[in-house]
Unconditional design. Structure first.
Length: 344
């Protein structure tokens, strides 16, 4: 079943689509390509505070725990850092990791929604008004112009939606949508991911070409006023989107390019509160990183080297063309016996 688009951008039949590059051939186990999304990541200023927000506003629970893997400083290129985290298990089997790095200085920052590198998680809920009431109690900043939900167009019809920030400034979009048959209990019944990008061309080349993720979308820009109001963008701003599905368990992801508004690329270190990331499991990590280095992709991990994370997992952090951190890993053995953390 096709997922509703979070921002309701439905391409016209005559739109020109971006073409996917370098898709892996079926059965080709040597070509560097994505295997699956492991989880979305969000670095926080205080883990207990952010966990309380997601519990109190959306009914999503996570358990904080220390993660003492000695490879973390190499992976994040942060000597002396220690990690405390919580892995939220969301509807649809998506995982959302909240990471709290300690032991060295951190520089929190927040993006404007239109800035390349900005990230959001999209929650589809049964009752938007209940979520709004909880958000008000939690003093969550509302990004949507006017501070009230707006009606947007989706692939399945009209829907009420609003955009807010969590305690670290990370964007959370909430969409009221009737759940599909068999959807899990709770107010949040479906989840997707959304990112703002520098350009559709460079993003498609990176994700399609180097990761084998098929992203498509129209080349024309839109000025949908409901979308602009939703994200707090000024009149005259234009946007266009790329969208795709990250494999196993499937996760809908959307990338939006804005123009006609001042933008500043948003890039934080992995440890900085407010830094978003994705962890993606791949096939042929060595080949993929070699291709990325040859193409000039910024490698974040210490000395630009792949890190042995234990349990047959090898992992590395790179920066995508929009400034977002991307953890890319390969698992050649059974999953580590330790608690979930980066590189799983």
């Amino acid at each position: 079943m096709r997922n509703a688009l979070p921002f309701g951008f439905v391409a016209a039949a005559s739109a020109v689509s971006f073409v996917a590059w370098a898709q892996a051939e079926p059965g080709d186990q040597t070509k560097p390509t994505i295997r699956s999304l492991s989880h979305a990541i969000h670095a926080v200023g205080d883990l207990d505070t952010t966990l309380a927000f997601y519990r109190d506003v959306f009914g999503l629970n996570g358990t904080p725990q220390d993660f003492p893997n000695p490879a973390v400083p190499l992976l994040t290129n942060a000597p002396g850092v220690t990690l405390r985290l919580s892995m939220l298990r969301l509807p649809g089997k998506m995982l959302f990791e909240l990471t709290h790095f300690k032991g060295l200085e951190r520089k929190p920052a927040q993006a404007a929604y239109t800035d390349p590198g900005a990230a959001s998680i999209v929650f589809y809920v049964r009752d938007l008004d209940a979520a709004m009431a909880n958000a008000k109690k939690a003093n969550a900043p509302i990004v949507t112009t006017g501070g009230l939900p707006v009606e947007i167009a989706t692939a399945t019809g009209k829907a009420r939606s609003i955009l807010m920030r969590d305690p670290d400034g990370f964007f959370v979009q909430v969409v009221q949508e009737a759940p599909a048959p068999g959807a899990p209990e709770g107010n949040v019944h479906r989840v997707s991911l959304a990112y703002s990008i520098d350009s559709a061309e460079s993003t498609a080349k990176f994700y399609n070409g180097m990761l084998g993720l098929e992203l498509t979308g129209p080349s024309a820009f839109s000025k949908d006023p409901a979308m602009l109001k939703l994200v707090g963008a000024p009149a005259g701003t234009e946007f266009r989107k790329l969208a795709g599905v990250l494999p196993g368990p499937p996760a809908y992801v959307e990338f939006t390019e804005f123009r006609g508004v001042p933008r500043t690329k948003f890039h934080l270190r992995v440890r900085d509160p407010g830094a978003p990331a994705m962890a993606i499991q791949v096939i042929n990590l060595n080949g993929m990183i070699a291709e990325m280095k040859a193409a000039g992709v910024n490698v974040i991990s210490a000395n630009g080297q792949i890190v042995d994370f234990g349990g047959g997992t090898h992992t590395i952090f790179v920066e995508d063309p929009n400034g977002m951190n991307l953890e890319v890993f390969e698992r050649s053995g059974p999953p580590p016996g330790a608690s979930p953390g980066p590189g799983r």
